[in-house]
Design a protein around this ligand. Structure first.
Ligand code: FAD
Length: 327
C-alpha cells in the first residue's frame, strides 16, 4: 500500500539542513509512490518550502508562530501534532539530529507508535521496507521491519543520498493555524561556542585530534587541514578532558556520531567509545606513532608517524594539489 509520509524539515541559521533533504529521499522510498509532505515549523519558514519540493517533497505544510522561533520540545511537538492531525499520515521521517533525537520519542509516545531510530540505509520500499541501523556502538547492524501501525523513522545524517535537485518541480504550500502555548522552557539566548566552520555532523570531511596533539595550539594545524579540505574539526574525549578543545567537538559514544566521507584521526588511540562515533565513516585515515594503536584496526589508510611531522606535510601537499587545480 502506498503511503503518505510526513518529513520534518529542520532549519538552522537561515538554511534548511541537508539531513532534511536526505529525509525527503528516505520518505520517497518508504512512500512507494505515495505522497511526501514536508513539514516546516518556525516563525518564518515559507522560504524553505521550494527547496524541499525541488528535492522531492510533493507539497509542504507550515506552522508559523512566534513561539516556534527557537526549538523547544513543547512548542515543536504542538506544531507537528497540528500537522499530523490534519494529514493523518501512514509514516513519519525525521533526521537523527539533536533535535530529531529529542522530539521523535515525544511524538512517538503521543501517538503510541514505535520508533525506528538512527537508520543508515533502507532496503526495499513501501510495506517491504527494511531499515538498517547500527547497534552495539556500531559493532553490528540490525535489520528492522515495521509490523503494523504508524511507521516512524529517524535517519542518520550523511548516509542516505538526497534525490537530484529538480528546479522545475512545484508543489502546494499551505499552513496550519496552531496555538503554540504552555511552553515550559523559553530559550532566552543561544550562545554558540564555535561560531565558525562546518557543522561536524553533516561535514564530508572531519579531522579529529586526540590526546596525542598535546595542546590547544596543537589543534591549529588540524584546523588548517580541515579548512583546506572544506571539512570540520573534531576530537576525542581524551583531548576534550585535557582541555585542548571544547566538548562540543567530542566524537563518540558520549559525543557526536559522525559519518563523513573522510575521517582523519590524529593522535587518537581508537578506544571503543571513540570508535562508536566514527567507525561508519566511509574512509578512515589514522595517524599515530604507535603501530599497535587500536584505531589502525578500523583504518583504511594508516600513517605510522609523528603527527607533528605528518600534518605539516599533508597541509603542504593539499596546498600544492589545490594550486595545481587552480592553474
Ligand atoms: P589516548 O588514548 O591517550 O591516545 C593518544 C594517542 O596519541 C596514542 O595512541 C598515542 O600513540 C598517540 N600519539 C601520542 N603522541 C603522538 C604523536 N606525536 N604523533 C602521533 N601519535 C601520537 N572517548 C571518546 O573519544 N569519545 C567518547 O564519546 C567517549 N565516551 C566515553 C564514555 C565512557 C563511559 C568512558 C568510560 C570513556 C569514554 N571515552 C570516550 C574515553 C575513551 O575511553 C578514551 O579514554 C579516549 O577516547 C582516549 O582519547 P585519545 O585516543 O585521544 O587518548
Amino acid at each position: 500500500m502506498s503511503k503518505k509520509v510526513l518529513v520534518l524539515g529542520e532549519t538552522r541559521e537561515g538554511a534548511l539542513r541537508n539531513v532534511s533533504l536526505e529525509a525527503v529521499a528516505a520518505a520517497k522510498q518508504i512512500s512507494g509512490g505515495g505522497e511526501v509532505v514536508g513539514v516546516l515549523l518556525g516563525d518564518s519558514v515559507q522560504s524553505f518550502a521550494s527547496e524541499m519540493i525541488q528535492y522531492g517533497a510533493d507539497r509542504i505544510v507550515t506552522v508559523e508562530h512566534a513561539n516556534l522561533k527557537q526549538y523547544t520540545s513543547d512548542g515543536y511537538s504542538q506544531g507537528f501534532m497540528a500537522v499530523y492531525e490534519q494529514e493523518s499520515p501512514e509514516a513519519i521521517v525525521f533526521g537523527h539530529t539533536a533535535l530529531g533525537k529529542d522530539l521523535s520519542p515525544k511524538i512517538a509516545s503521543k501517538l503510541s507508535s514505535g520508533l525506528i531510530s538512527d537508520v543508515t540505509a533502507i532496503e526495499g520500499e513501501d510495506d517491504d521496507a527494511v531499515f538498517i541501523r547500527p547497534i552495539y556502538s556500531g559493532k553490528a547492524f540490525e535489520k528492522v521491519k515495521s509490523k503494523e501501525g504508524l511507521l516512524f523513522v529517524t535517519i542518520r545524517p550523511n548516509n542516505i543520498s538526497t534525490l537530484e535537485k529538480d528546479e522545475s518541480r512545484t508543489g502546494d504550500v499551505s499552513s496550519v493555524e496552531a496555538d503554540i502555548k504552555d511552553l515550559r522552557t523559553i530559550i532566552a539566548e543561544v550562545v554558540r561556542k564555535s561560531t565558525e566552520g562546518v557543522d561536524m555532523s553533516e561535514a564530508k570531511v572531519v579531522v579529529a585530534g586526540g590526546r596525542g596533539v598535546r595542546s590547544a595550539e596543537g589543534f591549529e594545524p588540524l584546523q588548517e587541514l580541515a579548512n583546506l579540505l572544506g571539512g570540520a574539526i573534531g576530537a576525542s574525549r581524551g583531548a576534550c578532558d585535557a582541555d585542548y578543545c571544547d566538548y562540543s567537538l567530542q566524537i563518540g559514544q558520549t559525543g557526536k556520531v559522525i559519518t563523513p566521507d573522510l575521517y582523519i584521526g590524529v593522535g587518537i588511540s581508537g578506544a571503543i567509545q571513540h570508535m562508536a562515533g566514527m567507525s561508519n565513516s566511509k574512509i578512515i585515515v589514522a595517524i599515530n606513532k604507535d603501530p599497535e594503536a587500536e584505531i589502525f584496526k578500523v583504518a583504511d589508510y594508516g600513517i605510522v608517524g609523528d603527527l607533528f611531522e605528518v600534518i605539516p606535510l599533508m597541509i603542504e601537499e593539499v596546498k600544492k594539489l589545490k594550486a595545481k587545480k587552480v592553474s
